[in-house]
Design a protein around this ligand. Structure first.
Ligand code: XMP
Length: 431
């Protein structure tokens, strides 16, 4: 099916993503492109029905005033110019006004754009495209259990079945129950070829005594590649590699205004000499669309609506040199926090919440005896882009219940603290 499309050209607006999402919400596919895209390239885009010139304050990009190539006006494609201004940072923009949605809706009528962008069509199209790309060949996928890799796995499984092999590396830094969930959902319930690699000792041995956070990240990232590579080399005849690239990854590196947003790299880059052709079926989707896709493919809510989780996992929440006893305190307390947030209706409302265990002890008293144990720090923040974050004002009774449970159920812990620091000055993670 030819999918109609509206191209949003970035003329310095912080609103590119919002406008593209709004158009998609109105049922028409939309993509963001740089302002200096060649008119011929625009004309050649399949299904293009309209162009939006999306200007920021004074149309400034990288300190310079910009405009599009005037030949764009002669392409015979309807154009809508939008200019935004705000009293301060992008954060000051008011909520998207209803009148603006009406203007977009009207523009889509003018463009005669067919409203066929929805998850069922997307899934049907992707299955057809994946079958075409993959043919009789085999695909390998590093399945972390995160939203993106899980949705890629479910989609590939539907498209090519047992020509997909998933590798799940348990590096010992995952949350409680995660490796078991990946095995249960993909191997048992969905019937996927899943190789489960227990690399816990290997990672923890490599990390022993290492206290510098960046060094810890490097070791985890490198070791992950090594383990995955070893598994890949054991398999024969695999030419393709599935990747959970999503649209923001592409937008952030592809347009002028938004390229500086990304701050972290995920674990999972692969060595050059493993020559794979990439399969990236989610590269058109925003995060909420990825979740909708996962849901439509039958993945459980716990997997689809997960909060963001850093590649190095609990490794950066067990502060300083990682020890097994403190790692268990992080894992157990994190589970209690997640359960109680769910009970309080905060799951899916608060952007990210987790526990942290520092590498010092404090004095306490239990059953009339002195204790010398670790504290647990609770963190719960809200953010739009992870560049700034505010602290969730969790109700006191919820905090008390979490504290009570951690002190009662987690051995080796005698104090619970709530971190009240916004980003900046703090960061979201402690390391
Ligand atoms: P910070 O601590 O920098 O975190 O305020 C911002 C967001 O990034 C996540 N984060 C990471 N994600 N690899 C990742 O994939 C990492 O090394 C990493 N460090 C932090 C963090 O959880 C938060 O969502």
């Amino acid at each position: 099916m030819i999918q109609h499309m509206i191209a949003v050209l970035d003329l310095g607006s912080p609103e590119n993503t919002r406008i593209a999402r709004e158009i998609r919400a109105l049922g028409v596919y939309s993509e963001i492109h740089p302002h200096d895209i060649a008119p011929d390239a625009l004309k050649a885009m399949q299904g293009i029905r309209g162009i939006i010139l999306n200007g920021g304050e004074n149309r400034v990009v990288d300190g310079k005033c910009v405009d599009v190539d005037p030949a764009i006006y002669d392409l015979g494609i309807p154009i809508l110019a939008v200019d935004h201004s705000s009293p301060g940072h992008p954060a000051d923009y008011p909520a998207w006004p209803e009148e603006d949605s009406e203007v977009l809706d009207q523009f889509l009528h003018t463009c005669k754009a067919e409203r066929n962008w929805n998850m069922d069509n997307f899934i049907a199209d992707q299955i057809e495209l994946l079958r075409k790309q993959i043919g009789q060949r085999k695909v390998l996928l590093a399945l972390s259990g995160g939203v993106d890799s899980s949705v890629v796995a479910a989609l590939l499984l539907k498209a090519v079945g047992d020509r997909l092999t998933c590798v799940h590396v348990n590096h010992g830094l995952l949350r409680k129950g995660e490796p078991e969930q990946v095995v249960r959902v993909f191997r048992k319930e969905m019937g996927a070829n899943l190789i489960y690699v227990d690399a816990v000792d290997r990672f923890l041995d490599k990390l022993a005594g290492v206290s510098d956070p960046e060094q810890k990240r490097k070791i985890i990232g490198k070791e992950f590649i090594r383990v995955f590579e070893e598994e890949a080399r054991k398999l024969e005849g695999i030419e393709l590699l599935g990747q959970g690239t999503i649209y923001p990854d592409i937008v952030e590196s592809g347009t002028k205004t938004q390229k500086s947003i990304k701050s972290h790299h995920n674990v999972g880059g692969l060595p050059e000499d493993l020559k794979f052709e990439l399969v990236e079926p989610l590269k058109q989707l925003f995060k909420d669309e990825v979740r909708a896709c996962g849901k439509a493919l039958g993945l459980p809510d716990d997997m689809v609506y997960r909060q963001p989780f850093p590649g190095p996992g609990l490794g950066v929440r067990c502060l300083g040199a990682i020890t097994r006893d403190r790692l268990e305190i992080v894992r157990e307390s994190d589970q209690i926090l997640r359960e109680e947030f769910k009970n309080a209706g905060l799951q899916g409302k608060v952007w990210q919440y987790f526990t942290v265990v520092p590498d010092f002890k404090s004095v306490g008293v239990r059953d009339g005896k002195r204790t010398f144990d670790y504290p647990v720090i609770l963190r719960a923040v809200n953010t739009v882009d992870a560049m700034t974050a505010s602290v969730e004002q969790v109700d006191w009774p919820v905090l008390s219940r979490i504290t009570e449970r951690i002190l009662r159920e987690v051995p080796g812990c005698n104090r619970v603290l709530y971190d009240l620091s916004p980003k900046p000055v703090a960061t979201i993670e402690w390391e």
